[in-house]
Design a protein around this ligand. Structure first.
Ligand SMILES: [Zn+2]
Length: 500
């Protein structure tokens, strides 16, 4: 053979060997996931019954901390000023790949699993009507599988898991970014339950800014001496009307909604306090910020018209999620390898009956992964978006819920501990582990992801919406959680999951 041909043949053999090595590593990860599937679903099921709201994820984080510590991870709880923030790591140095997700529940979401009749487990109590409970086990087991592969194959670098508090209130990720958690991270994969095994790329959802405006006036008797009063609720109304006048002049992509959180005491008392809470959203953060700045002017105008003073308190913010195509392509390959779980006829029948009862299309469970393609940008928001503008981000959804059953409704709390959810978690953990392995072991992939990220980040440079003195709201959901914790505790599973 000519030298060039020999080289070519050699390169072919080496690349085959690489593919074989990669397959062997992923195979090991899949075995670790299968071997620990019960432990993983015990985590998700335990978190379901904890039913903890954002910033109050105490039991959930304790269980994850204990599990990850026992699994050989270095675990930090309470970082960035949030007692329920968990960051776990294994390994050292670069590349450093982080799995980013959350485990909070929703108010009023308590439901007896398995039955699609409305039947709260704890009347009025919080519950997992989005299935974030499943994130705990999937992220932890995937990280553990990666750890086992790194140890066996001497793979350098770090695998990290970030459980950020209070995703449902968009309350923690801007603080994590500000605290520098992602400074030395090369890529992240954001994990979320869905009714499908899927990834995507592009800008996936909306930017949001949430603020509470308070007006301060002067109280007086509504009949005897109203001329002495300055009505702070008038200012609230004028702010609302002022924004309605602005709506015509905003981009069609905008969204804005408000609720009056303090509207006076009784008609014959001129209120010296009025309060209105706003969400402003748009397809990009600069566009949302532009509208938000106009909202500030409207507040100023309303206060001028009423002779009141005003202040504004930052409540939350989220950049839209920017999802990397290079990482999506890598994830999609793993999705094709792992495939959708094999559902039993019983599971399919349950899904169809559930869909029928919920008056949704009766289509059953998905039997194939979603092909890779640009997904339409949704108008919802997720605070992990902030992370995706400081580090290249992939996104993975795993099939643990029933198509057509919408989140943020008690119905979505019917299946998070079902066999459907459990099987979906296994598929999710495998794809996640394999994709983290790809990112850890392929400098080309990381380079490609980084180059793509740089273009987007240059076009729209990240800025934080956090006021410099902003602190996480640790009292968020505290009262609500304290009201129900004792009743929820009666349903705790008392399991101690351990990976091996
Ligand atoms: Zn969610």
């Amino acid at each position: 053979m000519q030298p060039a041909r020999i080289l070519l043949a050699l390169a072919f053999v080496v690349s085959l060997a690489c593919v074989a090595a990669a397959d062997e590593r992923k195979q090991l990860a899949f075995e670790v996931v299968d071997h620990n599937a019960q432990q993983m679903t015990d985590i998700g099921d335990s978190l379901f019954y904890f039913g903890e709201l954002g910033m109050q994820e105490v039991e959930s984080v304790k269980l994850l901390e204990d599990t990850l510590k026992a699994a050989g991870f270095k675990v930090e709880v309470g970082g960035a000023g949030m007692p329920t923030n968990l960051w776990a790591e294994y390994g050292s140095g670069r590349p450093k790949i982080a799995i980013v997700t959350e485990v909070d529940a929703l108010p009023g979401g308590s439901q007896t699993p398995g039955t699609y009749e409305r039947k709260p487990l704890v009347q009025g109590g919080p519950g997992h009507m989005e299935g974030h409970n499943t994130h705990g086990g999937v992220a932890s087991l995937a990280a553990f599988a990666v750890k086992q592969v790194m140890a066996r194959h001497n793979i350098p670098g770090t695998v990290a898991v970030s459980f950020g508090p209070a995703e449902e209130q968009l309350a923690s990720r801007p603080f994590l970014v500000r605290a520098g958690y992602f400074k030395d991270v090369d890529a992240i994969i954001y994990l979320h339950i869905r009714d499908a095994l899927a990834t995507g790329f592009g800008v996936q959802n909306y930017a949001a800014i949430s603020s509470v405006f308070t007006f301060h006036g002067k109280t007086a008797h509504g009949a005897s001496n109203p001329w002495d009063g300055k009505d702070a609720v008038d200012a609230v109304e004028l702010m609302s009307i002022g924004f309605d006048k602005l709506r015509e002049h905003l981009r069609p992509t905008y969204r804005a909604h408000r609720t009056i959180t303090f509207g006076g005491i009784q008609p014959n008392i001129i209120p010296d306090k009025g309060q209105i809470w706003w969400f402003v959203r748009d397809a990009s953060m600069p566009a949302a910020k532009e509208t938000y700045d106009k909202l500030l002017k409207i507040a100023e105008g309303a206060s001028l018209m009423t002779g009141t003073t005003w202040d504004v308190k930052y409540a939350a913010s989220a950049w839209p999620q920017l999802v990397n195509k290079a990482i999506a392509e890598a994830i999609q390959k793993n999705i094709e390898v792992v495939g959708v779980p094999k559902w039993t006829e019983q599971e399919q029948q349950f899904a169809r009956d559930f869909q029928k009862a919920a008056e949704k299309p009766v289509v059953g469970l998905r039997t194939a992964p979603i092909p890779l393609g640009g997904r339409a940008q949704s108008a919802a928001s997720n605070d992990s978006g902030d992370v995706s503008w400081v580090v290249p981000a992939g996104s993975l959804n795993f099939p643990s819920s029933v198509p057509g059953i919408e989140y943020h409704e008690w119905k979505a709390a019917v299946t998070p501990v079902s066999s459907i959810s459990h099987k979906g978690q296994v598929a999710g953990a495998k794809v996640l582990a394999a994709s983290v392995i790809d990112l850890l072991t392929s400098p080309e992939l990381l380079q490609k992801a980084r180059a793509e990220f740089e273009v987007d980040a240059k076009k729209t440079p990240y800025f934080s919406l956090l006021p410099p003195d902003a602190k996480p709201d640790l009292d968020l959901n505290r009262g609500e959680m304290e009201k129900y914790r004792a009743d929820l505790r009666k349903h705790y599973l008392g399991k101690t999951p351990r990976f091996n």
